[in-house]
Design a protein around this ligand. Structure first.
Ligand SMILES: Nc1ncnc2c1ncn2[C@@H]1O[C@H](COP(=O)(O)OP(=O)(O)OP(=O)(O)O)[C@@H](O)[C@H]1O
Length: 324
């Protein structure tokens, strides 16, 4: 897709999303994503870092056009992802493994051809080699990791501009994962392809990102961090070694902060709920008491006498027995 090199590949501004629904003005219900900003130049490789439930998958699915939000604030390669979905966007997520079709008795060669493999034979063959995929495999007879490698081959063999990866490297062995990351770095450098990668695995990934983005409880609290360009450290093994663990350190720091913020938020919500239910309970109790005492009052008045309790209640709640 041809756009000027200065234009951002991904341009998300104040994006909001709620699973409870979106109305014509925007979102309604509790927001899963709130005021998300993500601005990535072409050729960027961005790691999305956030705790479980922080909204990484939701954001990636929205960018892939799989979830609708009417806030109209997400553009990829200059095009609105909802109104005018851009081509050249590949989304690879874990839910693919649940699709019964990919566990059926079908050969890998046939499967890849059925999704256009014959059109990209050269890239397909390079990926088969890189991901160590055998065209003779049958999809129902391979392991989860092998099936994942077929998925990656399928997703990456076309000429994509933007790749949205939702933790699909988790079941790859270390060698395939390392080679895949090296391939993606090459794609971004040589073709200007842009990658957003949500992961919880920070091992040996220091040389991958050019940017890191923090999602905290559905928000982007910090400025996006522009990471030290990996080219400078990849050529210098000492620098690369020094860098080892740095990303994990940043991720752990953010995750600890997020946990504190979430605990504080949960505590406040608990207090609010407690106060609300406390208020509800006391109102309900009071209503019952009033009813109960009204009955006693009525009875006692019927019998021509007021009990002491009824009288106390009477006074406390300023009842006028004659009128009640
Ligand atoms: N289909 C759904 N309906 C309602 N709420 C959902 C749905 N899918 C996700 N959520 C909620 O949205 C929030 C964000 O979920 P999401 O899967 O985007 O987080 P994540 O950062 O990808 O988490 P993880 O790291 O565990 O994969 C969570 O609180 C989750 O419970």
């Amino acid at each position: 897709m041809a756009i000027s090199p200065e234009e951002p590949a991904i341009d998300v501004r104040k994006l909001c999303f709620s699973y409870q629904g979106n109305n014509s003005e925007g979102v309604s219900g509790e927001q899963t994503l709130e005021d998300i900003d993500l601005d990535l130049p072409q050729g960027a490789r961005c790691l999305l870092i956030g705790a479980n439930g922080s909204g990484k998958s939701t954001l990636l699915r929205i960018l892939a056009g799989k979830k609708l939000t009417k806030t109209k604030t997400a553009r990829i390669m200059g095009q609105d992802v909802f109104m005018n979905p851009p081509g050249g966007v590949v989304y690879l997520g874990t839910e693919w493994a649940n699709n019964p079709v990919i566990r059926s008795d079908i050969g890998v060669a046939h499967f890849l051809d059925s999704v256009g493999g014959y059109r990209h034979k050269e890239r397909r063959d390079a990926l088969l080699d890189l991901l160590d995929v055998d065209l003779e495999w049958r999809m129902h007879q391979i392991s989860d990791g092998e099936r994942r490698r077929v998925q990656l081959c399928m997703g990456l063999m076309g000429n994509w501009d933007v790749l949205l990866l939702d933790e699909v490297t988790v079941d790859l062995d270390a060698l395939v994962r390392a080679e895949l990351l090296a391939f993606l770095v090459k794609e971004s450098k040589e073709r200007g392809a842009t990658i957003v990668y949500a992961t919880h695995i920070y091992d040996h990934i220091e040389t991958f990102p050019t940017h890191i983005c923090h999602l905290r409880l559905g928000r982007t609290p910090d400025e996006m961090v522009t990471y030290t360009p990996s080219s400078t450290i990849m050529e210098d093994s000492v620098a690369a070694e020094e860098k080892r663990g740095e990303l994990l350190g940043i991720a752990l720091k953010w995750l600890r902060e997020d946990r504190e913020v979430r605990r504080q938020r949960d505590k406040e919500r608990g207090r609010e709920r407690g106060a609300k239910s406390g208020a509800d309970v006391s109102k309900t109790t009071e209503a019952y008491i009033r009813k109960g005492f009204r009955a006693i009052l009525t009875l006692s008045l019927v019998h021509g006498k007021q009990t002491r309790d009824a009288k106390t209640f009477y006074e406390k709640y300023d009842y006028n027995a004659g009128k009640n």
